[in-house]
Design a protein around this ligand. Structure first.
Ligand code: ZN
Length: 294
């Protein structure tokens, strides 16, 4: 329980360094996902270096108790403490689009067997259908975060009001079901998707920062959103090789029902990154900064 006030210097990554923004491949992917009603992000495809740029600090949260607590402490002290707690060589495993009854239970078992904490970006309507899994995610000590209720690009990115309404519906579901108030969110399609104008993104972020939320994109991925038909071996290979920029690693995967390789891939990646000296943690222990594609 910490957050937004800590993220005074946010890293904004240029996705164009990874996947050219005008890339027809990316556009086609996003359009296809929306057209068929699937719930996936665009994904990283290379390990290029990133540019970092300071972002305007988010304003203190008005209605978020844990953030208020942090606001009463010197930011420097908090930052130092958090960095000390989390080694730089940390992997933050993140799973979007669940919880799904076919994949999430198996994934939770893999995480438990390996004593690994991770983060789940919840799609509200899936959470509503799987409330026991929402509770189990929290009970197992993972970080629960928001990924909107419908994940419907055309709907949520039609206006600020539409996005926030959808977002808060998910927030309410999570709070009512688990008693935990999330602090992180991830835009469906990532922070620089082609359905959201820069102006809209800015206005949504302004509001969510006020509410104490931190945006979290990713800097590594298995590409499981881009191709349903990749073998587990291929996904593992991407998960090992697509990290760009400095540590820590924020690794994107999905636990929707169609992502049946995720538990196996996760087990292999845990083994691999442990062998490289990495530690694992949920984003509740992430020291910052905010990570967002631009
Ligand atoms: Zn998604």
């Amino acid at each position: 329980m910490k957050k937004a006030a800590l993220f005074l210097g946010a890293i904004c990554m240029s996705l164009s360094m990874i996947v050219p923004e005008g890339s027809s491949a990316v556009q086609a992917r996003v359009v296809t996902e929306a057209a068929v009603g699937k719930k996936n992000e665009t994904s990283a495809t290379s390990g290029s270096a990133i540019k970092t740029k300071p972002q305007r600090p988010s304003k203190p949260a008005k209605s978020n108790k844990p953030v208020k607590k942090n606001n009463n402490k010197p930011v420097k002290k908090n930052k130092k403490k958090k960095h000390k707690k989390q080694p730089k060589k940390t992997v933050y495993l993140t799973f979007d689009d669940g919880p799904g009854s076919r994949v999430t239970p198996k994934l939770l078992k893999v995480l438990k067997d390996n004593k690994v904490k991770a983060t789940f970006f919840i799609v509200g309507y899936e959470g509503k259908a799987n409330k026991k899994l929402l509770k189990r995610i929290v009970k197992d000590g993972h970080t629960i975060a928001i990924h909107t209720y419908t994940h419907d690009y055309r709907k949520i990115y039609s206006s600020k009001k539409a996005f926030l309404s959808d977002f808060h519906k998910t927030e309410k579901l999570i709070v009512d079901t688990t008693g935990v108030k999330p602090h992180y969110f991830r835009f469906p399609g990532g922070g620089n998707n082609h359905y959201m104008s820069k102006k809209l993104r800015k206005s949504i972020l302004k509001e969510l920062h006020k509410e104490g939320y931190t945006e979290m994109d990713w800097n590594c991925g298995t590409s499981d959103a881009a191709a349903t038909y990749y073998s587990a071996a291929q996904l593992i290979r991407y998960g090992k090789t697509t990290h760009w920029g400095p540590d820590p690693i924020v690794l994107l995967q999905h636990d929707a029902n169609t992502k049946y390789h995720t538990p196996e891939v996760t087990r292999a990646l845990i083994k691999y990154y442990r062998s490289k000296g990495y530690h694992f943690s949920g984003l509740s222990d992430y020291p910052g900064p905010e990570m967002c594609f631009k």
